[in-house]
Each structure stands twice: as structure tokens, then as C-alpha cells.
Write a protein that binds this ligand. Structure first.
Ligand code: SIN
Length: 528
């Protein structure tokens, strides 16, 4: 079976790039896969949709959780992860994450990533639902950027790893449930070409751009999940979208993340009447699990008819705030807000996809030769609600396992010289894709957002279905590729959300407000 858009091409006409090992995505999962594969003797090509710095990882503020503290252990980290995951975590995967994660952090340090230091060694911060201070951070609140810097500098000195930027994944080359490469659009030359490889690793990140309010960068349009879906891969847990409780909600400004670490340092949430409210909702107050804090904020916003609540860190020493959160302080100042003296207007925004392309403990998908790691994958490690700062750790742990697994398989994998059918799709008509993109965001925000009902979800499903006719037409530019992926994955989220008739973690159904023991199971979707 070919990915849908391949039908339009005869591969003999397209430029080919042959590589043994194709990694799609330049965030922590993509770069660490490439680095680990190189350690295993492979030559790797990484393709990135925009420039190498345009990834979710690069924007990650809070940090990486790992049980390296004196009073911590992988068992305690595991327990916290299971509590946050609301009964749906894959326990074997969590165990792997918290134990192997400690070794992966050591590797990052050896590679040259500099974590902030405290009086007793690496400084560790608190974040929501953690029972220990265990979040490593860098340059205060620019952890992701430092990890990417460290990995990139290492990779730049490694001729066995090639990075090709501005290469947009269009479709996967799959036949007889085996992946042989990818069809890619070069957005600089505006041409399509084929990457032929023995293995493809999708590390394409999240889906935040499907929502009107998101902490994710523009590249997060669910491209890997959509391509894997078209190719027939199993997709799991798509109803579980995590809304970060505190994205900046200043009128006219982008919804920029205000890290959970700010609450970890003692910031207090107040409604617009300046009343503290989190102790009324949970014993952990501002550091309750994210889904609890997001819903509490939403409730306060509704009760006070406001589009935000306020985050108050003004009681802390102003120099301490500047040292600990230099990027947040500087960004808010650019928007005219001095957070050392003024309360920060915040509201929940789409942040992280707990579901994704189903993988096993080695990052293998249901398609042979297709691996996946990072946010686009789903092994169930986050359950229904991810513990803060576990995502970068997952990116490291699974990508190292992908590399190890492939090294044990590479002798038996074959590279295939395929000639594709040149069946023509209809030539695209002039849809206003810009408008369609904002319609997807509006529908997702209103009907498939933080609070859901059967009525809203079925309206969303009907809307997505009416746009499926677009899939008969060819794609000619990045906007068209992205919008179709957003339509595909938006429908998957709505479909899974309507099936789960309970509330659990990041999925909240107003018409089914309780968690139901019988629903302690995963929803798997697969194209026919
Ligand atoms: C944050 O800094 O609050 C985000 C960290 C995460 O999502 O794990």
C-alpha cells in the first residue's frame, strides 16, 4: 500500500536520495536517534521541515525529569508518573523510562550539554505532581535550546550524519506493510523527491498547531502521524491532548509558555479578583497534575467571565526571578509586562499529544522498517496525562532504543528499488487553505478542546468528513500538505474522543464527567 499522495508520482521522474537511515525531525528525538545510530556504526540522514532550530524541543523551558537527586529514586519517579497518568500508563514502559533515563542524562552531559548547577551539583527544580525536586534545567528556562545546541555541535563534527533542512515529509513509501523511504517536498526548490532508505524513523513532534491557542511552534502540524495513518500504521490514544495550564494570555500577543517551573518556584494562581483558588481544587494546589490545574483555571475563567486568570510571582525576590527565568522575563518585558512586579495573565493552551503512532519498547511501529520516537509516538508511557518534563526524557530513551534495535536488524533489512504507479490525482482547485487552516484551529479549540461533549465532537466529525474530498487532489506546497495533515489528525482526535465515554486525564467529557474503571484501556485507530 502506498501513502495517498504517492499515487500522483512516477518515481522515475523524481530525484532520489539514497540513504541507509532516514530520520525525519530535528528535535531531541531525531537528533538523539541519529547520534545513537552513529554510535552503532550507521550513516544517517536527518531531514527537518524548517531550519534545525525550529522544533518543539528548542522551545522547551522547564527541563528534563530524572531521578538523580539524593532523596530520589527511579521507583519514586515511576510512582509520580503513574499518578499523573490517571491509570492508563504502560507500567513496563514507565519503568524503562525512569531507569534508562538516568543513563541517557549522563550521555547528554558527556556530549557537552550544560545543566544549571546548584550548591550540591546539578540544580533540580520542582514541577507539578512531582514528589521530589527532579527537573534538570539549563540557562534557567532554556533547557531545550541547550540540549539541541549540545547535540547539534556534536553532530556538526560527525560526517556520518547529514542534516538536510527545509525538507517536508509528504508521504511514506510503504508496500506490503514495509517502509522503504519517504516522498519529500523541498520547500526551497519547490520540488518533490524521494528518499530511499532501509529504515525510516519518524521524530516529527506534536500537533499543537491544530488548536487556536498553543504553546507549540508553527511546525507542529502532525505531519508524521498523518503520513503514518495514510500508510496504515496503528495510531493510539489520540483523545489525550494535554493543555498546559499557563500560557501567556495577553491580548494581541502569541500564546507563549509560562513554564510550570514558575509555579515550582512558588508562583500562585489567582482569579481576576486576585483570589487564590487552587487549594479549593486539589491538595497539591498550584502543583497538582496538569489536567487538574487546567480544568480549575477554565472553571475560574468561566465563573468570572474572563479569558484569563493571573499568575503571581511578585512575592519572590526579583533578582532570583530574573536569574531563574531569564527568557520568560525578557519575553514578557518585550510585551510590556514586568513579571517581577506585575501579575501575568494566563490561560490553558494545547501543549502536548500523549497519543500518537503506536510503538513497542524498541520504537517499532506496526509497519516493518518504520520506527517512531518522541511526541509523535505512543507507547503509553504518559498514560492519560503526562508528568511535567517527562517528554524530553522519553525522547532520549526511545530514540537510543531505536538505534540499538536497528543495529541488530540491519543485515536483514533490504533497500528496495521501487517504481511507483503514476496514477494521477485531480489537479488542485483554488481552495483558500489559509482560511481552512484557521477553521481547523477554531473547530478543534471549540469542539475538541479542553472540555468536550458528544454533540460538539460529532459536529466536529461531520465538519472534518466534509473536507475529505480534498484528499483526492494533489498537493503542491507546504500549506496544502500541512492543512491536509491537520484535517486528517483533527478527525482522529475527534474520533477517539467521541469513543471514550468517560473523563480521564487530558480527556474531559462534560457529558461523562467521571472516570470509569471499565475504560482503563487504549483506543487504537487504523485506516482501512
Ligand atoms: C514547562 O516548562 O512547563 C513545560 C515542560 C513540559 O511540558 O514538560
Amino acid at each position: 500500500m502506498f501513502g495517498q499522495y504517492l499515487k500522483n508520482f512516477d518515481s522515475r521522474e523524481l530525484k532520489r536520495v539514497e540513504t541507509e537511515y532516514l530520520v525525519v525531525g530535528g528535535g531531541i528525538a531525531g537528533l538523539f536517534t541519529a547520534w545513537s545510530a552513529y554510535q552503532q556504526g550507521a550513516k544517517v540522514t536527518i531531514i527537518t521541515k524548517q531550519s534545525i532550530i525550529d522544533s518543539n524541543t528548542d522551545k522547551a523551558q522547564g527541563g528534563i525529569a530524572a531521578a538523580i537527586g539524593k532523596h530520589d529514586s527511579p521507583e519514586i519517579h515511576m510512582q509520580d508518573t503513574l499518578v499523573a497518568g490517571a491509570g492508563l500508563c504502560n507500567e513496563s514502559a514507565v519503568k524503562m523510562l525512569v531507569t534508562e533515563g538516568v543513563d541517557r542524562i549522563e550521555e547528554l552531559i558527556k556530549i557537552g550539554v550544560n545543566f544549571d548547577q546548584g550548591v550540591d551539583g546539578i540544580a533540580l527544580a520542582w514541577e507539578g505532581c512531582h514528589s521530589r525536586a527532579r527537573v534538570l534545567h539549563a540557562n534557567g528556562d532554556s533547557t531545550g535550546a541547550e540540549v539541541i545546541r549540545g547535540l547539534r555541535e556534536k553532530i556538526a563534527k560527525t560526517p556520518e550524519i547529514t542534516i538536510m533542512e527545509y525538507q517536508v515529509l509528504v508521504d511514506l513509501l510503504v508496500e506490503d506493510n514495509t517502509c522503504y523511504g519517504a516522498l519529500v517536498f523541498d520547500s526551497q526548490s519547490q520540488t518533490f523527491h524521494i528518499f530511499q532508505s532501509k529504515v525510516v524513523v519518524l521524530a516529527t513532534g506534536g500537533i499543537g498547531q491544530l488548536y487556536k491557542h498553543t504553546t507549540n511552534p508553527e511546525v507542529a502540524t502532525a505531519d508524521g502521524i498523518a503520513a503514518a495513518w495514510r500508510a496504515g500504521a496503528e495510531i493510539m490514544d489520540m483523545e489525550f491532548v494535554q493543555f498546559h495550564p499557563t500560557a501567556l494570555a495577553l491580548t494581541g500577543m502569541p500564546s507563549f509558555l509560562i513554564s510550570e517551573a514558575v509555579r515550582g518556584e512558588g508562583a500562585i494562581l489567582r482569579n481576576i479578583h486576585h483570589e487564590r483558588f487552587m487549594p479549593n481544587y486539589h491538595e497539591m494546589a498550584e502543583l497538582a497534575p496538569r489536567d487538574v490545574v487546567s480544568k480549575a483555571i477554565f472553571n475560574e475563567m468561566t465563573n468570572t467571565a474572563s479569558h484569563h486568570v493571573l499568575l503571581d510571582i511578585t512575592h519572590l525576590d526579583s533578582q532570583r526571578i530574573k536569574d531563574r527565568f531569564p527568557m520568560i522575563v525578557a519575553t514578557c518585558l518585550r510585551y510590556g509586562l514586568d513579571i517581577t512586579r506585575q501579575l501575568i495573565p494566563v490561560a490553558p493552551a494545547a501543549h502536548y499529544m500523549m497519543g500518537g503512532i503506536k510503538i513497542n519498547m524498541w520504537g517499532e511501529t506496526s509497519i516493518e522498517g518504520l520506527f517512531c520516537c518522541g511526541e509523535s509516538s505512543c507507547i503509553g508511557v504518559h498514560g492519560a496525562n503526562r508528568l511535567a518534563s517527562n517528554s524530553l526524557l522519553e525522547g532520549l530513551v526511545i530514540s537510543e532504543r531505536v538505534a540499538r534495535r536497528y543495529a541488530s536488524l540491519k543485515e536483514i533489512r533490504k533497500q528496495k528499488q521501487r517504481i511507483f504507479s503514476n496514477h494521477q490525482l485531480k489537479i488542485a482547485t483554488s481552495y483558500d487553505y489559509e482560511e481552512l487552516r484557521s477553521s481547523v484551529k477554531n473547530i478543534m479549540e471549540k469542539k475538541v478542546g479542553l472540555l468536550r461533549t458528544a454533540e460538539g465532537l460529532s459536529e466536529a466529525l461531520d465538519w472534518f468528513e466534509q473536507w475529505e474530498r480534498l484528499f483526492d487532489y494533489e498537493v503542491n506546497n507546504v500549506m496544502e500538505i500541512e492543512v491536509r495533515n491537520m484535517l486528517t489528525v483533527g478527525k482522529l482526535v475527534a474520533e477517539a474522543a467521541i469513543l471514550r465515554t468517560e473523563s480521564r486525564g487530558g480527556h474531559f467529557r462534560q457529558d461523562y464527567p467521571y472516570t470509569v474503571a471499565g475504560w482503563c484501556k487504549h483506543i487504537l485507530l487504523k485506516s482501512s
